[in-house]
Design a protein around this ligand. Structure first.
Ligand code: SF4
Length: 409
């Protein structure tokens, strides 16, 4: 097994196309989010769609809850940088209107559109137009009959049954261009529902913990559910449902896939030490400023902010680029090798400037650039490292002193 890869092979699913984005099969796992503008607000929705795409979103969903929203979709779809999914809840006519608007996929909630003739009509129309549907089961809006049949409880079995019932209606009109989700706000419930669903069907699965809530708890809950399943090889597309700016959903989704080695790095991977008694700067503040300065720039490098030059360059030697503080200076290093020294106040600017340079010209060019400064940088770092060690001693947290005191008790 390659370190950094999931221990379980990815479960085999059939592949569908959402616009020009493949979902399932051997396609990369995709990131989705949803706009929170009124879909009738064409310019506002398009702006948010562009922002989401920039933040790493592959597919964007917009609500289609009224006829004005469907009209908005007709204007949004041709100008969108990514495929658009129309979210349909109670009114099957909105699904037909969204298809007319040219959307790339529908999301139907089986708990909300219940009449078989309506479900089959939408499936037939989708089939005729070659548009896929996501069956989006939601633990909070299960069909009342199913809820009753499963002991007045939302169970994994009830959620899977809801998806299979919808699939059976689709089957009646020969439609199977489908992906499925069985989301719940309970992490253990959604994990079990997806596990059961993945045994029952080979359709691509869209993962999510619904109503995960605000940051940071929402990200933790969503990650717990989504990452657990991905590590088991389950899941073809993901969405973080956060009570936050949807840009955060896109960033979180992308960051998770990159962290799990399931997508290539696209943006900066900012690592930073947790800080300790040795820190020469406010690491939290400098890391925050660095994160803000890099924003969503597409620089696929790992960049480190380290609180001290004593341990920083060594601990972050695998990073492409890093900076460590010491004696009011910032010691810049590339792949663990000191390349330059900058004033402490310029640490973030220097980091962004060197990252941009490496992204454009490569690591070898960075070493070439540092030809005349490397020796000086190394000497300065060594001098500051020794000075700091002298000032703080090797045991900066006085652990050994405390151990001695404990032994004397
Ligand atoms: S890099 Fe320095 S400041 Fe940061 S945790 Fe390590 S020893 Fe502490």
């Amino acid at each position: 097994m390659d370190i950094g890869q999931s221990s379980h092979p990815r479960r085999k699913t059939r592949q569908i196309m959402v616009g020009d984005v493949p979902v399932g099969g051997d396609a990369p796992i995709t990131v989705q989010s949803m706009t929170i503008t009124k879909t009738a607000d064409v310019e506002g929705t398009l702006q948010q769609t562009y922002d989401l795409a920039l933040a790493g979103c592959d597919i964007v969903r917009c609500t289609c809850n009224e006829i004005e929203a469907a009209e908005g979709l007709a204007r949004i779809v041709p100008r969108s940088p990514v495929p658009i999914v129309a979210d349909i809840h109670h009114n099957h006519r909105m699904a037909l209107a969204a298809l007319e608007a040219g959307v790339h996929c529908l999301r139907l909630n089986p708990g909300n559109i219940r009449k078989p003739e309506h479900i089959k009509l939408v499936a037939q129309e989708s089939k005729d137009r070659g548009v896929p549907i996501r069956i989006g089961v939601n633990g909070g809006s299960l069909h009342p009959d199913l809820y009753k049949r499963h002991g007045d409880k939302v169970t994994p079995e009830a959620m899977v049954e809801s998806a299979l019932m919808e699939l059976a209606y689709f089957d009646e009109v020969g439609f199977d261009d489908v992906k499925i989700s069985v989301k719940a706000s309970s992490v253990p419930l959604m994990i079990e529902a997806y596990r059961q669903l993945s045994e029952a069907v080979d359709h691509p699965l869209h993962l999510g913990v619904t109503e995960a809530g605000p940051l940071p708890g929402g990200v933790i809950k969503a990650t717990a559910g989504i990452a657990t399943l991905l590590a088991e090889g389950i899941g073809d597309t993901i969405r973080y449902s956060l009570t936050a700016d949807p840009i955060e959903e896109a960033r979180a989704g992308r960051a998770l896939l990159e962290a799990m080695g399931l997508r290539d790095r696209r943006n900066i991977d900012l690592i930073a030490c947790p800080s300790c008694g040795r820190a020469e700067i406010d690491v939290i503040e400098v890391a925050r400023k660095a994160q803000e300065a890099f924003g969503d720039q597409q620089i696929p490098l790992q960049v480190a902010v380290m609180g001290c030059v004593v341990n920083g360059p060594g601990e972050a030697r695998d990073a492409d680029l890093g900076i460590a503080a010491g004696n009011k200076k910032g010691h810049l290093f590339v792949r663990g090798q000191n390349v330059a020294v900058v004033p402490e106040a310029d640490m973030v600017d220097a980091l962004v400037e060197w990252a941009t340079f490496i992204n454009e010209h490569g690591v070898d060019a960075a070493f070439e650039r540092a030809k005349s400064t490397r020796a000086h940088a190394r000497r300065e770092a060594e001098r500051d490292r020794k000075a700091l060690e002298g000032a703080h001693g090797a045991d900066v947290n006085q652990s050994e002193q405390k151990v001695e005191l404990i032994r004397k008790l």
